[in-house]
Design a protein around this ligand. Structure first.
Ligand SMILES: Nc1ncnc2c1ncn2[C@@H]1O[C@H](COP(=O)(O)OP(=O)(O)O)[C@@H](O)[C@H]1O
Ligand SMILES: [Mg+2]
Length: 310
């Protein structure tokens, strides 16, 4: 599959700060790519370099075959952008805003149909300053779609929205993917990346610390699957002696690290043999959030710094 975006050795310095510190990644065409990281990680800096709004310090960047900084004009015709904290004129209505963008891009669109696509048709005639946060973001999405772009850049489109409004934005992102568009999404919500993204890159302090599908990242950087049993500490002690696997006891829960799925049977058999009463069990896997919190925590402790160094 051809790549929509190719980034190699990208750096961006602000005086002495390396906000983006030598990153490489590719975004395949027609996929949702989530650029995941905490505040200040370097997400907006990277997105704005890809959009041609900021120049890079060093590195190679290609977006749909264009260099965003030197070929900004042709690039802007084929990408759609919602900046972080999207704002607009207070007294303009969504319908007027779409018409205004259509004039700017010199394209024909049906404003009402576009607003229906982002579930904002009922607010077509409301002033921008009366829209909720979610409705403003939906308008941002509609405007990003006016030119029918090949790539949509969405910089934290759901930050600060309530759960229902976030789901509304997710639906639009899924539609964009279904239509074959590439979506470059930045977010600090891990479950959002896990739910929507085909590919994820985790950025922390300007460096990419993990990359792949959510499942690959969890497999490569997460802890093994665990079996958690509700039972008394004596059962934990029994299992520690009986099983050749890490066992921890905390708050009435005994956690046994498994080697693979079938290991669950061995563990449950040992529990039965103990004769100690127990209530229930569940298997627990790491989520992307667990992996992220663990990796960032270890990096901040300095443990991974030597590994991250070239
Ligand atoms: N124009 C700028 N001048 C100086 N420092 C900046 C500028 N823009 C961003 N930074 C700094 O660069 C780092 C990355 O910022 P940013 O890319 O906005 O991160 P994110 O979008 O992941 O929150 C932060 O430490 C931020 O303070
Ligand atoms: Mg940002």
């Amino acid at each position: 599959m051809p790549n929509a975006i190719v980034v190699h050795g990208l750096t961006k310095r602000y005086d002495t700060l390396a906000a983006v510190d030598g990153i490489d990644f590719t975004v395949p065409e027609g996929k949702v790519f989530a650029f995941l990281g905490p505040n200040g990680a370097g997400k907006t800096t990277t997105v704005e370099i890809l959009e041609g709004l900021r120049n890079r310090t060093t590195g190679d960047v290609t977006v749909l075959g264009f260099d965003p900084w030197t070929d900004g004009m042709p690039l802007h015709k084929v990408i759609g952008v919602i900046p972080q904290d999207f704002r607009f004129f207070e007294k303009i209505t969504p319908k007027e805003a779409v018409e205004y963008y259509a004039t700017l891009f010199d394209v024909k669109v049906d404003p009402m149909r576009l607003l229906e696509r982002v579930a904002l048709a009922d607010k077509a005639h409301a002033h921008f300053d009366t829209l909720s946060g979610g409705q403003k973001q939906k308008l941002g999405l509609a405007l990003a779609l006016v030119s029918s772009p090949k790539i949509c850049f969405l910089d934290e489109p759901t930050t600060g929205l309530d759960p229902q409004a976030r789901r509304g934005i997710w639906d639009v992102i899924r539609d964009l993917r279904r239509e074959g568009r590439t979506v470059f999404l930045t977010t600090h919500y891990l479950e959002e990346a896990e739910l929507l993204a085909d590919q994820v890159a985790i950025i922390h302090k300007g460096k990419i610390i993990a990359e792949g599908t959510p499942a690959e990242i969890i497999r490569d950087h997460g802890r093994p699957e665990r079996l958690v049993v509700e039972g008394p500490p004596s059962l934990g002690e029994f299992l520690k002696k009986r099983l050749d696997r890490p066992v921890t006891v905390e708050d009435g829960h005994i956690t046994i690290q498994m080697r693979d799925k079938s290991d669950a049977l061995t563990v449950l058999r040992a529990i039965e043999e103990s004769g100690i009463p127990w209530k229930g069990f569940a298997t627990v896997s790491d989520t992307l959030e667990d992996v992220f919190v663990g990796m960032v925590g270890r990096m901040d402790d300095g443990i991974m710094r030597s590994e991250a160094a070239p």
